[in-house]
Design a protein around this ligand. Structure first.
Ligand code: B3K
Ligand code: ZN
Length: 891
């Protein structure tokens, strides 16, 4: 029985699904036997399901099977064909009634992979077939209980032309491979682990393979294979190494061993997101698996390592223990992001990784959490589940898991994950099951913590300090509230349990702490804030301290403390923790940018905040600091980050102020930037390791400052780096610095460099994407015309999500001055793109909406224009549920 509500969108009925309406499945599917006869327009899918009634289901004898865009050829129960009046077909699926308690259902459907441009279900990417089933793509393959709490044992047989598709893959182990008549061949795969349909995968193509092996902690030998197009064989080494590191790490840190005898990764060009954790057969966007120093940046290498790890870790957090329903999505995604973040932190620089992740939270997740699409980590309802693969589910979800780690400590946290994995192995679990494991391991009652899952919005914590020299006490008072969000007003929200990691900084760094009369063995303490307002008292504080709060971003909140600018510089230079230093320095830089904006608004003269200048000078002078940290701290807060702190957002003023400040800092320290650049340059061959990455990042930071105030010799340095680097990190950094350079002397050099680069890399799709992005984010006037021209360029492909992201998405999200042009041309352009993509690929269309969704944060003129763009999309006749949901919630 469904209690969901329906909304009419043109002729389309759209359903809202509610968490509170969950009902158990009426039948279980014990085995699923699939046979695919592959054909671009007429793929025949035969499914044989053995079904058994669920004794706990309230309704008996009725079964609904999801199915969309399918042609039903035949249907039989226990071998007996069904007549058309013995079932009910709709555009959402198939209903069978009067069913026995156990039976076999045989169903033949026909699908057209070549016409499937949604990249969901079975589709063609160039010359290969592949699948994407999460969340609800399997229903585009055959009629099925396409819900994650129906777990089945799958056997898959694939039949295809052998010359065109020599490689045929599915989940599990290969059980048979034979040649057939007529140039065909067939392969059968069996997956012994029960799984929901969203983890099903099939691949067929002419693929080359890199093979390796891994010996598990119980001495089992696992075959590892990465399948790519032959031309990409030289780009697999890093992913393979990352996979082996991930496998070892999950054994060592979580005690989790791989289970099948083979683990496969396939790279595909056309993919809606990064990658997919299908059991034993992960499918990856080429951008998240291929890496080679010549074609891939350091950021690309890091992404490959993180995504390979993320998908591999899903084998336990997602596959062995899956989700009961999609309201539990963060159970697998938040947890797995936390796992991959810790892995990356262990492999490279922990501080850099934390700074990057917190920037994503503060810049992007906070924006989502304060807009019309704000939703709890465990949403209460959705229309289109594809719209809920969000920063809130993933990144905020990971922060929640991190808070357990902070509150429980590493040992109890590990005890809890052991309980969770062992208790729910082979099951579909809920977020409540996860919390229960945390409670049992720690003996704590975590009921207040659960508000983090049910309340949307970013809590605000205001802190104030009070030093009493007489008593030698320091009182820290915190007040918390959470702003209104679509599902609840601020007044309706309950206070959160918030871990606040605190240290008190004296002149010599963090001090030993005595809290509420009790001496602590540490100079850092995690306070637990549980009330709307709460005070903590530290004793034996000899002199007035500078407190640091939310060290390491111990909770995903917006925090405020009335620091003086000099306090911020003191923390930035004296704290022992890299993240805390970064955080303080960034706050100082934010104030400095706002100061310039204020002066510019009044058309007054301004000067660079002296403490910021002093701080940068100190950072660049101290050669003992980690160069990566120096680079991160010297990089001014991005326009996107600053936008989140402004109401209304003033894109042009912000851009002008930030660029002017950067130019002034550049000019003040020219010779220091120059020597920093020289100090970080080296002739060593490229290697992806934390130390070398750090040096490259500081070198390229220096280059970008130098190019903000260039002379002929600097332009020359930049060109030399562009032409003679042995790696893409340095090559693209030089190209990007040149393209961004506003000096007239750079104008002709830019065009030439862009041409040279394209000529050189035109056959490397991923490198062409970098080339497209550099141009899409070029803030010079006239960007829209350049974007339109780029979209006509042979290097563009309007069907490929990576190209769309590199141009349209980069322009609309990271070229604010042009996208937010006062005449609304940027908004009209985006609306046009979304309208086209709505039909072609609804998931990509919906993702592109995010810059428009933020319309309320701009001035009234822009609000009006952005709203008009949204309304135009809204009035389109056949809106997908993906686009419809976001547009309606935003208006
Ligand atoms: N689980 C997939 C995401 C699927 C998105 C479907 N729209 C990748 C990941 O998070 O690992
Ligand atoms: Zn994931």
């Amino acid at each position: 029985m469904s209690h969901s509500t329906d909304t009419l969108n043109g002729d389309n009925m759209l359903t809202t699904h509610y968490l509170k309406d969950y009902t158990v499945p009426s039948f279980f599917i014990k085995t699923t036997d699939l046979t695919f006869k592959l054909d671009p327009t007429k793929t025949e899918v035969t499914s044989v399901l053995t079904l058994a009634a669920n004794p706990e289901a309230p309704t008996k004898g009725t079964l609904f099977l999801h199915g969309e865009s399918l042609t039903l050829k035949s249907l039989a129960i226990d071998g007996k064909p069904l007549k058309a009046d013995e079932y009910v077909l709709s555009d959402k699926g198939l209903t069978l009634t009067h069913l026995p308690a156990a039976f076999t259902l045989t169903c033949v459907t026909e699908i057209a992979p070549e016409r499937n441009s949604s990249l969901e279900g079975l589709y063609k990417s160039r010359s290969m077939y592949c699948t994407q089933c999460e969340a609800e793509g399997f229903r585009k393959i055959t009629y099925y209980s396409d819900r994650p709490d129906v777990l089945s044992e799958f056997t898959t047989t694939i039949i295809a032309n052998k010359a065109q598709y020599p490689v045929l893959l599915s989940n599990g182990n290969l059980i048979e491979a034979v040649d057939l008549d007529g140039g065909l061949h067939k392969a059968s795969w069996h997956d012994p682990f029960k799984k929901p349909a969203y983890l099903f995968a099939l691949v067929a193509g002419d693929l080359a393979v890199v093979e390796d092996s891994f010996t598990t902690m119980s001495a089992r030998e696992i075959t590892l294979k990465i399948f790519v197009e032959a031309k990409d064989l030289d780009k697999c080494e890093h992913a393979m190494a990352s996979l082996k590191h991930s496998m070892r790490w999950d054994e060592e840190v979580y005690g989790r061993e791989y289970d099948l005898d083979i683990f496969m990764i396939v790279a595909v060009d056309d993919f809606n997101m990064g990658a997919m954790e299908n059991k034993g057969l992960n499918i990856f966007n080429t951008s998240c698996v291929l890496a080679n120093p010549k074609t891939t940046t350091d950021a690309g290498f890091a992404r490959v390592e993180a995504v390979v790890a993320h998908e591999y870790f899903h084998n336990w957090s997602g596959n062995r223990v899956t989700c009961r329903d999609w309201f539990q999505l963060s159970l697998k995604e938040g947890f797995t992001v936390f796992r991959d973040a810790e892995f990356s932190a262990d492999r490279g620089s922990r501080t850099v990784k934390r700074v990057e992740d917190v920037s994503v939270m503060r810049t992007m997740q906070f924006a989502e959490d304060s807009g019309p699409m704000a939703h709890p980590v465990q949403p209460a309802s959705y229309m289109e589940i594809s719209n809920f693969y969000t920063l809130t589910i993933y990144e905020k979800g990971a922060e929640l898991v991190r808070m357990y780690h902070t509150l429980l400590g590493p040992e109890l946290f590990r005890k809890a994950t052991d309980i969770y994995f062992e208790r729910h192995d082979g099951e579909a679990a809920t977020i409540e099951d996860f919390v229960r494991a945390m409670e049992e391991a720690s003996g704590r009652d975590l009921s207040q913590f659960k508000y983090w899952y049910s309340q949307a919005g970013t809590p605000v914590v205001q802190a104030a300090g009070d030093y009493d020299a007489q008593e030698q006490t320091f009182k820290l008072t915190f007040k918390q509230y959470c702003p209104d969000t679509p599902e609840a007003t601020s007044a309706q929200k309950k206070p959160y349990l918030i871990p606040v990691n605190v240290a008190l900084l004296g002149t010599q760094g963090p001090q030993a702490l005595t809290l509420e009369g009790q001496a602590l063995n540490s100079d850092e303490v995690v306070l637990e804030l549980t009330e709307s307002e709460q005070t903590f008292t530290f004793h034996h504080v000899a002199s007035e301290p500078v407190p640091t709060i939310f060290r390491g971003f111990s909770a995903p909140v917006k925090s405020a403390y009335p620091y003086k600018k000099s306090d911020l510089l003191h923390i930035a230079t004296q704290d022992k923790d890299g993240f805390t230093r970064f955080d303080a320095f960034q706050q100082l830089a934010v104030v400095a940018i706002f100061d310039v904006m204020a002066a510019m608004r009044k058309e007054e003269s301004w000067q660079v905040e002296p403490l910021l200048l002093d701080g940068i000078g100190q950072l660049l002078a101290d050669e003992n600091l980690d160069p990566a940290m120096v680079a991160l701290m010297c990089e001014l807060p991005s326009e996107a980050y600053m936008s989140g702190l402004s109401t209304p957002i003033e894109p042009h003023l912000l851009h002008r102020a930030r660029e002017a400040l950067k130019g002034a800092i550049a000019a003040h320290y020219v010779s220091v930037w120059r020597s920093t650049y020289e100090r970080c340059s080296s002739d060593k061959a490229y290697s992806f390791n934390a130390q070398d990455v750090a040096l490259r990042s500081l070198k390229n930071c220096a280059l970008s400052y130098l190019m903000a105030a260039p002379d002929a010799s600097i332009l020359n340095t930049c060109l030399t780096q562009f032409k003679h680097s042995d790696n893409m990190t340095d090559e693209i950094a030089a190209l990007s610095a040149l393209v961004k350079c506003t000096d007239p002397a750079a104008t002709s050099l830019k065009a030439e460099a862009l041409n040279t680069f394209y000529e050189r890399w035109q056959n490397e799709a991923l490198v062409v994407n970098l080339w497209l992005s550099v141009q899409a984010t070029n803030a010079e006037p006239g960007a829209l015309a350049r974007i339109k021209a780029l979209m006509e360029h042979p290097g563009y492909d309007s069907q490929n999500p990576n190209k769309i992201r590199s141009v349209v998405s980069m322009f609309c999200n990271y070229n604010a001055v042009n996208f937010h042009a006062e005449d609304g041309s940027g908004y009209q352009f985006l609306a046009d793109q979304i309208i086209v993509l709505n039909k072609q690929n609804p998931q990509i269309a919906a993702r592109l909406l995010s810059p428009l969704v933020k319309w309320k944060k701009y001035d009234t003129n822009r609000q009006q224009l952005m709203r008009e763009a949204l309304e135009r999309i809204h009035s389109e006749p056949e809106l997908s549920s993906d686009v419809y949901e976001i547009v309606v919630k935003s208006l």
